[in-house]
Design a protein. Structure first.
Length: 80
């Protein structure tokens, strides 16, 4: 079983202080991630999956952050 997931989001906050004529941008957050994964059933009692995830998060305060992750999961049924 193969899956491919893509998520993207953007969030911007504006604020107007008393006495100012216009709104000022106070926060600007954006992020995306891509995650392909595969699941395989070896037999009736053992299954496993693996994934790779890469993404980027960027905001006005802390800047840009990129990451890469990899994971493996093995499930073993001890009862039928």
């Amino acid at each position: 079983n193969f899956t491919l997931t893509f998520d993207k989001s953007t969030n911007t906050t504006f604020q107007k202080q008393f006495g100012q004529a216009s709104f000022q941008e106070t926060q600007n957050n954006s992020s995306w991630k891509l995650r392909p994964s595969a699941t395989y059933r070896f037999n009736t009692r053992v299954s496993g999956s693996l994934f790779y995830e890469m993404g980027t998060t960027e905001n006005k305060i802390s800047g840009k952050y990129s990451y890469n992750e990899f994971g493996i999961t093995v499930n073993i049924a001890i009862r039928d």
